[in-house]
Write a protein of this length. Structure first.
Length: 262
């Protein structure tokens, strides 16, 4: 059986816990990286997911941010926080190792800063955070093991990943500096799993709550799974569970998943 790894920005785990449980039963992923929990560790509804057979690791923050990893396999070497800035208290990064019958797979749940308004302090923070991620990812690549960087990157990689490139031209998610930083990360040795599996343009992972974006399919693709060469060699499938956006009171993001041969 392949190893199914997914990422999903749930936009408040308190509001979306039932949705997550429903989707876990439906999709049956082995590992799930969650983002934008908006709660501290002790308020994360771990028991609900443990009842479904998942081990839980959480790096939370009150009201904002927050990341988690759910895994049917044991979680080892759990490491919160992105290295490179000890003063950064935002909960945006959680890394762990899952052991399979064919060796270990390292997974990171990432909630990259939005960066708006740009220019400004928030955009500067975004670019610095991306530079830190690049440096850390390069160290992880040196392990020469299957590695999956999964999460809400808040990056629209190309015009093929947005419904209207002109409308997003000045947004921090689509500025040239943002896309260049993302490409720099990819060029270090990573594969964009979805784009490898799907050549067709205009497949999205996020639709805003405003202006009828969902009904008009005015979306963007900002939730990504980046694979090390060892993980990319095992890639069997990747897709977006778009239908979840049509549920009642949904997150504005939907799950994206991959299957790796193990």
């Amino acid at each position: 059986m392949p190893l199914k790894i997914a990422t999903w920005n749930v936009n408040s785990i308190k509001a979306r816990a039932e949705h997550v449980a429903t989707w876990l039963k439906e999709a049956e992923p082995d590992v799930v990286c969650l983002q934008e929990l908006k709660c501290v560790d002790e308020n994360f509804p771990a028991a609900a997911f443990e009842e479904l057979g998942y081990n839980v690791a959480v790096h939370g923050q009150k009201t904002y941010n927050g990341v988690a990893i759910l895994s049917r396999l044991p979680l080892e070497d759990v490491s919160p926080r992105l290295p490179g800035d000890k003063s950064d208290e935002q909960a945006r990064y959680l890394e762990a190792v899952v052991s399979t019958t064919n060796g270990a797979v390292r997974v990171a749940s990432i909630y990259l800063p939005n960066g708006n308004p740009a220019p400004g302090e928030k955009y500067d923070y975004k670019l610095k955070w991306m530079a830190r991620l690049g440096k850390h990812a390069e160290k992880l690549l040196a392990y020469e093991e299957p590695l999956v960087l999964a999460g809400d990157f808040n990056v629209i990689p190309s015009p093929d990943d947005v419904h209207d490139a002109k409308a997003w031209a000045d947004d921090a998610l689509f500025l040239p500096e943002t896309r260049a930083a993302f490409q720099d990360l990819v060029y270090r040795g990573f594969t964009d799993a979805f784009r490898t599996a799907h050549a067709e343009p205009h497949r999205y992972t996020f639709w805003d709550y405003q202006r009828g974006a969902w009904q008009k399919d005015h979306g963007i693709r900002i939730d990504h799974l980046l694979l090390s060469p060892q993980a990319a060699d095992r890639l069997q499938a990747c897709d977006i569970d778009k239908h979840v956006r049509g549920w009642e009171r949904p997150s504005d993001h939907v799950p994206v998943w991959i299957e790796l041969g193990v």
